[in-house]
Design a protein around this ligand. Structure first.
Ligand SMILES: *Cc1c(COP(=O)(O)O)cnc(C)c1O
Length: 479
């Protein structure tokens, strides 16, 4: 190649050839991903020896760099969209959104302020309004912002809650969340400067739901001590078990006690589009709600979302007016999203969500989400029929926790922990499926999160059969 020179340009033909080659790789991956192994295992030493090099001062042929990346970089990552990727929260993604991201990047659209990209801001408003409607938030005053993910959405919510409820002085403020709440909430609370003494972790009951009584007691105790309870974070689908806190009852408490009601629905909010909607009753009463399109709305990374009851809460929290932005202030309805959150320069995240929702239609998303919920329930039925398996937490919003515990073996807790840990280690080491453990009430259990619409019951059965083989091997070792 003659170029690139200081202009960082390629010729028209070079760009096309390079771009088409990348599209071929991506399409090939979408078609064949489920035949690959979902798990990658590599040490720092291995990656060092493969990838470390001096900064390249001189050019390398574009195709050579691309080939190197496709050969050495891309394969050394887990395939989170694989049908047998069951752990953490899978990222099934979809092709329309992947291409939409390519458009957003290709045109390098600045999605910070209205003046720079009125249509991008409008699409964010339009897509946000769709979500406000799905979750029963007011579309007239309600609002929100697309973020990098659920963590950033939670952080944005808590900064807003603190400003509205505490103003400048939050030295006496206390905040409440359950022992099953996602770690990103604690992280956010610490990032924004709360001390450990201001955080109340409320225990959950036997079903992993926040205990209302313990919440009430904690609030009352703090009031007696002259502290200022200001915010409650509930989970709409915990990451561990899919459990939804009693949202309606928590909403009542928040109203009575004048607390900000934040719901972290990063995992489970999508279940609003399924027959589990009644479980989420009360979600519409939150002051702020985190949902995470790059989880159960099948978007590629990164897109999270924060919805709020009143969009003015965001602008009054995040608006700063530096001199160099004075020419770009528009009128009120023309939203500058840099005034609604932390980021100034923002990529055009709304585009992929908009294009995929429009292309497939909301009904297709509903079918996919319902399929996932049904799949977890079928998995539970299979496990319940077996003499080898015990359900530890039943199928809840497409998550199920279980362990190998043959009925006639009378294994003790320590043995069970070891066996189930080893089953997971072996299946991961085989790289055939990503299935890791979690800990529930002190027990090591296997956890499946089934939000991939391409996962079949056969994929699950094959994996369970492998697990049983490993489990039986462990029993032999024991004898
Ligand atoms: C995944 C998750 C988060 C964090 O979201 P990211 O998109 O990973 O930043 C927060 N809360 C819950 C319940 C989650 O499942």
């Amino acid at each position: 190649m003659e170029k690139p020179d200081h202009s960082l340009e390629l010729s028209r033909e070079e760009m096309k050839q390079y771009g088409y080659k990348i599209i071929d790789h991506i399409v090939d991956h979408f078609e064949t991903q489920d035949t690959k192994k979902p798990v990658t295992i590599a040490s720092r030493e291995e990656m060092d020896s493969l990838l470390t090099e001096e900064i390249p001062n001189e050019p390398t042929a574009a195709n050579q760099v691309l080939d190197f990346v496709m050969q050495h970089v891309i394969p050394n990552s887990n395939i989170v969209s694989h049908a047998k990727s069951f752990s953490f929260v899978p990222g099934p993604s979809n092709y329309i959104s992947a291409m939409a991201d390519t458009i957003a990047t290709g045109f390098n659209i600045f999605s910070g302020g209205w003046a720079a990209s009125p249509a991008a801001a409008e699409l964010e408003i339009v897509t946000m309004n769709w979500m406000l409607e799905v979750f029963g938030f007011p579309t007239k005053n309600g609002g929100g912002i697309f973020t990098s993910g659920g963590s950033m959405a939670n952080l944005t919510a808590l900064v807003t809650a603190r400003r509205i409820k505490c103003g400048q002085d939050f030295s006496k403020a206390t905040i409440y969340l359950s022992d099953q709440a996602h770690s990103s909430n604690i992280k956010a609370i610490k990032v924004i400067g709360f001390k450990k003494e201001q955080i109340r972790i409320i225990p959950t009951d036997i079903e992993f739901k926040l205990s209302l009584n313990k919440l009430k007691n904690a609030i009352a105790k703090d009031r007696l001590e002259g502290l200022q309870p200001f915010c409650m974070i509930a989970s709409a689908g915990t990451t561990n078990t899919g459990t939804v806190d009693p949202l309606n009852e928590i909403a009542d408490i928040c109203k009575e006690e004048d607390l900000w009601f934040h719901i972290d629905g990063a995992y489970g909010a999508a279940a609003m589009l399924s027959n589990k909607k009644p479980l989420l009753k009360g979600i519409e009463r939150a002051d702020s709600l985190t949902m995470d399109p790059h989880k159960w709305f099948f978007q590629p990374y990164e897109i999270g979302c924060l919805l709020v009851k009143d969009h003015n809460w965001l602008s009054s929290t995040f608006t700063e007016k530096p001199e160099y932005l004075r020419d770009v202030e528009g009128n009120e309805s023309e939203i500058n999203f840099y005034d609604h959150g932390v980021q100034l320069t923002r990529r055009f995240r709304a585009l992929k969500f908009y294009m995929s929702l429009k292309t497939f239609g909301l009904n297709t998303f509903k079918k996919a989400i319902q399929y996932n919920i049904d799949l977890a329930e079928q998995t539970e039925a299979i496990l319940r029929k077996s003499r080898n398996w015990e359900i530890v937490s039943p199928a809840t919003l497409a998550i199920i926790n279980f362990r190998f515990n043959p009925i006639d073996r009378n294994l003790n807790e320590k043995e069970l922990d070891l066996i189930n840990q080893n089953i997971s280690n072996k299946i991961v080491f085989s790289r055939e499926a990503l299935l890791v453990t979690t800990v529930l009430q002190g027990q090591i259990v296997l956890r499946m999160c089934l939000i991939n619409p391409r996962t079949t019951i056969q994929d699950i059965q094959n994996t369970l059969e492998k697990c049983e083989i490993y489990g039986n091997e462990e029993l032999k070792v024991k004898v």
